[in-house]
Design a protein around this ligand. Sequence first.
Ligand code: ADP
Ligand code: MG
Length: 486
Amino acid sequence: LFERFSARLKAQVGLEVYTSWFGRLKLHSVSKSVVRLSVPTTFLKSWINNRYLDLITTIIQAEDSEVLKVEILVRTAGRPVRAGAEERPSAAEAAPASQPARRQPPREIGHIASFPTPVQSASASSTQRQPSAGGPLFGSPLDSRYTFDTFVEGPSNRVALAAARTIADAGANAVRFNPLFIHSGVGLGKTHLLQAIANAAVNSDRNPRVVYLTAEYFMWRFATAIRDNDALTLKESLRNIDLLIIDDMQFLQGKMIQNEFCHLLNMLLDSAKQVVVAADRAPWELESLDTRVRSRLQGGVNIEMETPDYEMRFEMLKRRLEISRQDDPSLDIPDEILSHVARNVANSGREIEGAFNQLIFRRSFEPSLSLERVDELLAHLVGTGEAKRVRIEDIQRIVARHYNVSRQELVSNRRTRVIVKPRQIAMYLAKTLTPRSFPEIGRRFGGRDHTTVLHAVRKIEDLIGGDTKLGQEIELLKRLINDNNA
Ligand code: ADP
Ligand code: MG
């Protein structure tokens, strides 16, 4: 149900809106007549409740006519995220399960009406938190786990981390790396580092006005503002920020939006406000970006983060274990196992995280895990790093066979659904299992543009997030590919 629902919702609202608002939507529970969905923040909950609940309900009812009501809950794991100054979770919001999902919750109308317009939210915050108007204005939600404390330092990210710390400490007072541009492959800690800057700055005494945005959110926000004849207000509000942080810059698209971004960038940099940008490649490789934006981004400091080494991977596992032990002190995984995993799972922070989660999960019903057993469990992760080379041809062949299409069809221009999904999965696997770049993968998939590959990877990542069935399917494919390679 959820899989079909997600697909239809995405088709309805478009990929941009979908990733901005529903990327982290999960199925919570289904009773006979009530479907409960969950999101990580109260802001997302209100936003979805107010703008999309009708649509969501309609789609779900079309899938299952028994459903009478859809409710959006806030997942309780972790501290609710500070996305806006008025975003204080009340006790009622912290326990939303008891709240009936009204189509237009009266209590939240005011909240929402004031939130999406940053100027209003900025003035609201200045009356609420006198005398300063600091804090985050608007933007993508921050994950409170992404802090400097939880970020593991090593040779691959030392420079980037030092620059990030300097900015978080000094804020607009000492602009030394401006703009700071950080780039790396997927899962190497860009988002973590950017949000660490935002979290640290927001919680500092200086109370700077911080905006953390993904490029997609920026696009979406501007597109709606333009549609609602509200672009001027939005632009005004952005003038006043001290620290602008843009994640996933490679997704910034569209002439008008890039124009707006260019103005904003010039304005902030010319008034010595700090700008931090991250992307999956260097500024000069962002081919789809307006040349003026590109050259402005190249005018600052550009730092690349690389794949973590063994010590860092081990340390990441250690710290994750520490954090998990706060919830469950009985949890323990011997260093021997952690070290084994760190040695063998060699790609990215994201894979380390995946490996760790699997270990924890397994550990709960297999208390004495042997190293062999660990290898078995992590077969799809182990050996994807330096040791073995997975070939894109093999990925295409195995995926094509699995979905009963031909390899030619997979790399063809055909856009029917039966082919598009396997194609996207194959691209995703090519990106996660090989060190090939986006443009390279695009070339190997019938000469597609690198942005197509990027979108495919993002889309599959999003889908896996809320869809365990697809996740399992992909695990299976990974195993098939690795077996082929063994
Ligand atoms: P990116 O934005 O570059 O794709 P993320 O920041 O999303 O990567 O990192 C993926 C996962 O790996 C996150 O859970 C992140 O916390 C973790 N991670 C990556 N690098 C580090 C690091 N140096 N220390 C701790 N965790 C890390
Ligand atoms: Mg990221």
